[in-house]
Design a protein. Structure first.
Ligand SMILES: Nc1nc2c(ncn2[C@@H]2O[C@H](COP(=O)(O)OP(=O)(O)OP(=O)(O)O)[C@@H](O)[C@H]2O)c(=O)[nH]1
Ligand SMILES: [Mg+2]
Length: 403
């Protein structure tokens, strides 16, 4: 409807009067599909309750005011041709909101005018914000400022966003940087280079199980991710998989993994101490892969982080993946990275990519953590919603690019 209104404004001018609007359903594609068509009846020079003229300050009116004369308004609607609301002597009668809203056509006309005022206010506020930010962001090349702002909006850290546009400015000719499309592609390429990836879990040893442990804060999706990995290894790659859960804090946690283990026909061992984990691993020595699920640790719980470290040290896994939820804010990510820094971490998995409104924080944390991304998960569906981490697709997701 907004587009249709804009079209009316283009074709008939700003003073066009909307007489009626309606939404009509039309059939398309051999009558199989329906689509909505917006129909607007509008006209020019329609005799209507006059609107209060918009006072705009022009150089002329300013000059007139300065010299003591009353400045003429820049635009005054033509007096109605002897019709409704006219005073007969050509003077504009005082118009109130109530009069404006007396007829449907007048309402539509008022709405159109309001919506255009809101549009121009929005654009003024945007310009203002951009101006203030520019003042506060010395060193950001002016011609790339919009792109820098977009990165900051995507939650990319300020300094990193600045580095990205500055390096772009250094490495490309100004005429190339005038193309928004070109700059977006180059930014995506730069971000891709900032994301190290580890590839899928891979067993290189010839004997003994390849042991993978997942650690991370509470509720980020460790158990669900273990189930996805186990299902893919067992069902798609036909590997022998054993599962261990070290989460005995909650009965439900054991049941959760047991259900997946039963469905997959994979053995499950449960333990809680470093001694337990050694025994559990020893009991599954014929597996190709052993996946270890651990209890979620609040980054604030130093004691439990210590226990986790002891378990990992004893299990001697081939890979330890830190699982972080993509919808964490910057501060929660930083805290998790800081606290889990006491535990051995080799790779990072970002879950709930589907839920994160912006993914810039993911990029910031990758830079801080300096570990490769192994997987991202994109939903609750086991086993499908998991992807091996890829720099290109992650970079495009961070920038909100669709392909
Ligand atoms: N939208 C979405 N939800 C997910 C994803 N991964 C896991 N979840 C959901 O997140 C919730 C918590 O998942 P769990 O696997 O139990 O998380 P956890 O890290 O094992 O939790 P604790 O063991 O309590 O620390 C569940 O409802 C999952 O379905 C994902 O990629 N996207
Ligand atoms: Mg769990």
């Amino acid at each position: 409807m907004a587009d249709a209104m804009a079209q009316v404004k283009t074709e008939l001018g700003r003073d066009a009067v909307i007489l009626a609007t309606r939404v009509v359903e039309r059939r398309a594609w051999l009558g199989l599909r329906r689509r909505e068509v917006y129909e607007i009846t509008a006209g020019k020079n329609i005799n209507l309750v006059p609107r209060r003229p918009v006072m705009r300050e022009t150089p002329r009116s300013r000059a007139a005011a300065a010299s003591g004369h009353a400045g003429a308004p820049a635009r005054r609607p033509a007096p109605p041709a002897g019709g409704a609301g006219g005073t007969g002597n050509g003077a504009t009668p005082p118009t109130t909101c109530a009069t404006l809203l007396q007829t449907p056509a007048a309402t539509a006309s008022a709405m159109l005018s309001l919506s255009s005022e809101i549009d121009s206010l929005k654009s003024m506020v945007k310009d203002l914000v951009s101006h203030v930010r520019h003042e506060k962001s010395p060193g950001v090349p002016e011609e790339l400022f919009e792109h820098y702002l977009k990165l900051v909006e995507c939650q990319v850290a300020d300094e990193l966003a600045k580095d990205i546009v500055q390096s772009l400015q250094r490495s490309h000719r100004p005429e190339l940087l005038a193309s928004g499309e070109f700059v977006r592609e180059k930014i995506a390429e730069q971000i891709e280079k900032l994301i190290p990836v580890a590839g899928a879990i891979n067993r290189t040893k010839t004997s003994g199980p390849h042991i993978v442990a997942l650690v991370g804060p509470t509720g980020v999706g460790k158990t669900t991710t273990i189930a996805k990995l186990a299902a893919n290894l067992k069902l798609r790659e036909k590997r022998r998989v054993g599962l261990i859960t070290m989460d005995t804090y909650r009965i439900a946690a054991i049941d959760q993994l047991r259900k997946y283990a039963d469905i997959l026909g994979a053995p499950l061992r449960v333990g809680s101490t470093p001694d337990d984990i050694e025994a559990a691993i020893a009991s599954m020595s014929d597996a190709d892969f052993i996946l270890i699920d651990t209890a979620g640790r609040s980054p604030n719980d130093q004691l439990k982080i210590g226990e986790l470290r002891a378990i990992i040290e004893r299990a001697q896994p081939d890979e330890v993946h830190l699982v972080l939820s993509s919808n964490y804010g910057q501060r929660s990510m930083e805290l998790a990275v800081e606290r889990f820094g006491d535990v051995r971490i080799d790779r990072v998995i970002f879950t709930k990519v589907d839920e994160a409104p912006e993914l810039g924080v993911v990029l910031n944390v990758i830079r801080k953590l300096n570990k490769s991304v192994s997987y991202i998960t994109t939903g609750q569906d086991v086993p499908n919603d998991i992807e091996v981490g890829q720099g290109k697709s992650l970079a495009r997701r961070i920038l909100g690019m669709t392909s």
